[in-house]
Design a protein around this ligand. Structure first.
Ligand code: SF4
Ligand code: FES
Length: 248
């Protein structure tokens, strides 16, 4: 396959960026999108040019690092996959592909396609955990019965990989889908009840402080989320938030 890549290049956080065009040849449909980017980078290095910086780690849809906006969609044109799971067979010979970083005030660009998502870490630090006694008399998790439906919903929420595609797809750059998945995961389980009130208040406060926008229920986040995290989680978080405010 022969392709034309139009890639956002930006030397650093304070530099001005621009789209640069790169023709590329001999791309196999079975390659992943990141493997295609590797081929380009090898060529750039051979020519003495700077390779395109992009985030990646697991390359199997688990770590959430591979944040790329491809042809105007977070993680590209496929559904339910991350950029590292996207295959080049989704494109046609002769295609032009636009590749950009996530665009959100709370995700400043570090270089090229790499953005700083530490705002997500700070939201997690604010309350995305449970406190457990690990002094030697810890209760076995299996000793606490949990209704199957709740366990399934908690598991589904826990599949959020923190990639940030929800923020990148949202016209308001809202982080509600991410935060609500993390709140729901714990709110649905007995182990999460002790700190439930503080958790939701602190995580929402941290989200607002980081400069993420408001949710206006457009639903783009749910469509582009590679893990199919449901908008139901946002409704649950809103209920948890109201409950916590009333009990305040
Ligand atoms: S909710 Fe979906 S899109 Fe948002 S961070 Fe989690 S996995 Fe990524
Ligand atoms: S590199 Fe880990 S999810 Fe894509």
């Amino acid at each position: 396959m022969k392709l034309t890549l139009k890639i956002w290049r930006q030397k650093g956080p304070e530099e001005k960026g621009k789209i640069v065009t790169y023709p590329i040849d001999n791309i196999d449909g079975d390659m992943s999108f990141l493997e295609m980017m590797d081929v380009l980078n090898v060529e750039l290095v051979k020519k003495g040019e700077s390779p395109v910086a992009f985030d990646h780690d697991c390359r199997e849809g688990i770590c959430g690092s591979c944040s790329m906006y491809i042809d105007g969609e977070a993680h590209g044109p496929d559904r339910g996959v991350t950029t590292c799971q996207l295959h080049m067979r989704k494109f046609k010979d002769g295609d032009t592909i636009y590749i950009e970083p996530w665009r959100a005030k709370a995700f400043p660009i570090i270089k090229d396609l790499v953005v700083d998502r530490s705002s997500f870490d700070r939201i997690m630090n604010a309350g995305g955990y449970i406190s457990v006694n690990t002094s030697g008399n810890t209760i076995d998790a299996n000793a606490t019965p949990i209704p199957k439906e709740d366990a399934d919903k908690a598991f589904e929420a826990a599949t959020c990989i923190g990639c940030g595609a929800c923020v990148a797809s949202c016209k308001n750059a809202s982080a509600m889908l991410f935060v609500s998945a993390k709140v729901s995961q714990l709110a649905l389980l007995p182990q999460g009840q002790v700190e439930a009130k503080d958790r939701v208040l602190k995580m929402v406060e941290a989200m607002d402080e980081e400069g993420f926008g408001n949710c206006t229920n457009t639903g783009a986040c749910e469509v582009e989320c590679p893990k199919g995290i449901s908008l139901e989680n946002i409704a649950r978080m809103n209920r948890e938030y109201l409950k916590a405010m009333v009990k305040k």
